[in-house]
Design a protein around this ligand. Structure first.
Ligand SMILES: Cc1ncc(COP(=O)(O)O)c(C=O)c1O
Length: 206
């Protein structure tokens, strides 16, 4: 752990990333290359992620929140559409619906796994429901067999918020390949960490 850590010995650590000399050399290689914005390393990263998760395409965006937003855009969620989201998650799983003008409909999780309860999903479906965002909480994939069965029966698009579960699997299938689209995150507290991947932004307010 680096000396610059915010963690103190007597409280639970927020995160303990492992950054070794090879990681630092890889960053220096990029910083001293001609490509500081989207360049060959991004393509390399996307190809490696697609191979690892067994999918045809992986697309790099700035963070998991942006990935969720892109998925809702791709699902053509808009005003009047409802999207089912579990109650126990980070705000981004529901905000991505709001960004599109849609309405998140919250359903409960199962007490033993803290994963979305398929029966609660079924009970929340209305004629405005378009999609379901399954959240793999704390590294555990949801019950995708049951969720697919419900989604197929009601004509819903099932997508996954797998920001906590990259590297996991469900019935021998890797996380990433379990639904039509999957959002993953490389925030510093994830299983594979990058630096906080948000570019600096500035607003000038007069
Ligand atoms: C379940 C879940 N989904 C999405 C996100 C958003 O990911 P990111 O921080 O990369 O935007 C988080 C972040 O904590 C999360 O816990």
């Amino acid at each position: 752990m680096s000396e610059a850590s915010h963690n103190t010995p007597d409280v639970l650590p927020y995160g303990r990333q492992s950054i070794d000399a090879d990681d630092i050399a890889a960053v220096v290689e990029v910083l001293t290359s001609d490509w500081l914005t989207t360049g060959p390393k991004v393509r390399e990263f996307e190809d490696a992620l697609a191979e690892h998760t067994g999918v045809a395409h992986a697309v790099a965006v700035s963070n998991g929140t942006a990935a969720l937003h892109a998925m809702m855009h791709a699902c053509q969620i808009g005003p009047g559409d409802e999207v089912i989201v579990p109650t126990l998650t980070f705000a981004a799983s529901a905000n991505c619906v709001v960004y599109q003008g849609g309405t998140p409909v919250f359903v409960d999780v199962e007490p033993d796994t803290l994963l979305v309860d398929p029966e609660a999903v079924e009970a929340a479906i209305t004629d405005r429901t378009r999609a379901l965002i399954a959240v793999d909480y704390a590294g555990q994939p949801c019950d995708y067999r049951r969720l697919h069965e419900i989604a197929d029966r009601h004509g819903l698009t099932l997508v996954a918020d797998a920001c906590h579960s990259l590297g996991g699997s469900y019935q021998q299938q890797p996380v990433g390949s379990l639904t039509r689209a999957t959002a993953v995150s490389f925030h510093p507290v994830r299983r594979i960490a990058t630096a906080e991947p948000k570019p600096p932004r500035a607003f000038c307010v007069r």
